[in-house]
Design a protein around this ligand. Structure first.
Ligand code: CMP
Length: 162
């Protein structure tokens, strides 16, 4: 079933430092997703703790917080059909060794600890994470992407019984 969703994506400090922001953003644009929020920002300790609260008891937690606050990230709100699951496909498995070839993590990362991108794992996580990094007025959805125009065509075809 097709459902329009928003998800949260971050290009993590290793992606920013390696100068591959453009290549990563390109993957989501190529898919036809609409980027409705995007900014470079320094993650604070407070934001990092909120973002990764589910990992608080994990052995890698302190390292994860150190890593995510070590340099700026690029935070994005990505919108489109089944965006949560579809973006996770494009990003690939957490461990780059297990990620399918053609995914961002398989193509750009070697280690799980430095896996270049983060993407929300569910719709509730997406909503929670978007709220950590974006104010409502920082999300711009008052324009039409080409993919949306194509989807509107589909609605018209439906109305015509095609
Ligand atoms: P991310 O998708 O941002 O969610 C949690 C992050 O913890 C994960 O990507 C990795 O960057 C990081 N991490 C570090 N070590 C591990 C590990 N052993 N298992 C899972 N995630 C890890």
């Amino acid at each position: 079933m097709k459902a329009e969703e928003r998800t949260f994506v971050a290009i993590k400090p290793d992606g920013v430092k390696r100068g591959i922001i453009g290549k990563i953003v390109q993957r989501f644009e190529d898919k036809g997703f609409k980027i409705v929020g995007m900014k470079l920002l320094q993650v604070t300790q407070d934001m990092a703790a909120k973002h990764y609260e589910e990992h608080k008891e994990k052995f890698f937690y302190n390292r994860l917080i150190y890593y995510i606050t070590s340099a700026p990230i690029v935070a994005m709100v990505v919108q489109g059909y089944n965006a949560v699951e579809s973006v996770r496909h494009i990003v690939g498995a957490t461990n780059p060794l297990k990620a399918d070839v053609g995914t961002i993590r398989a193509d750009f990362a070697q280690l799980m600890e430095y896996n270049v991108v983060h993407a929300s794992d569910s719709l509730p996580s997406a909503e929670r994470e978007i709220n950590i990094y974006f104010k409502p007025e920082e999300i711009y959805d008052n324009w039409q992407s080409m993919s949306e125009l194509i989807a509107y065509d589909e609605e018209r075809y439906n109305q015509q019984g095609l």
